[in-house]
Design a protein around this ligand. Structure first.
Ligand code: HEC
Length: 165
């Protein structure tokens, strides 16, 4: 009888431990599942790299781009209010929307490459073509001017973003 109680206690202890292990490991699995695709792999063909932004980098153009990002273009829905890739519709996507706060993104991508993706989409991802269905070419160039202002030094890693905690 006593032995049965001890055995029962051991079983409970193991279950309790497993439960905690599950709670600790669960969110990490989610973070891995919904990671951004490798940033070092270009999304646009090489010749897109050479195309430069026809719009000047003025406060007016940046403001216009910001309005499109948060309005007509609905970019924020996936890319997030601050461009971290954590918008309400972005958290469920695999790969995750690009994190525009990452300085590395701005370092390795030209405006021409960004434009190509906004116009043609990124194959096998939920980044579809937005030009001309949602925004004009000119509006896309303005959005790019705004996206360039979202870079922050030492951005949070993907696992520290909301929804990945
Ligand atoms: C439905 C969700 C969704 C919306 C809305 C969306 N995007 Fe994206 N976007 C993505 C995803 C997912 C990726 C990652 C694609 C990849 O890894 O190749 C991405 C990637 C990008 C990239 C980077 C591609 C690269 O070179 O790495 C740019 C630039 C971009 N989006 C711009 C925009 C702009 C501008 C808008 C608004 C007009 C927008 N996106 C709206 C989901 C979205």
């Amino acid at each position: 009888m006593k032995k049965a109680i001890v055995q029962l206690l051991i079983v409970f202890a193991i279950l309790y431990g497993l439960l905690h292990l599950f709670i600790i490991l669960g969110p990490q699995e989610a973070a891995v599942k919904y990671a951004e695709a490798d940033i070092e792999v270009p999304r646009a063909p090489a010749d897109a790299k050479m195309v430069s932004n026809p719009l000047p980098k003025t406060p007016e153009v940046i403001t216009q781009g910001k309005e499109i990002f948060h309005g007509k273009g609905s970019c924020y829905v996936c890319h997030g209010e601050n461009g971290k890739g954590d918008g309400p519709a972005g958290l469920e996507l695999n790969p995750r929307p690009r994190n525009f706060t990452n300085p590395r993104f701005h370092e390795i991508r030209t405006d021409g490459e960004l434009f190509w993706v906004i116009k043609n989409g990124s194959a096998n991802t939920r980044m579809i073509s937005f030009v001309p269905s949602m925004i004009t070419e000119e509006e896309a160039w303005a959005v790019i001017r705004y996206v360039r202002t979202l870079s922050v030094p030492n951005p949070p890693t993907a696992s520290k973003l909301p929804g990945n905690s």
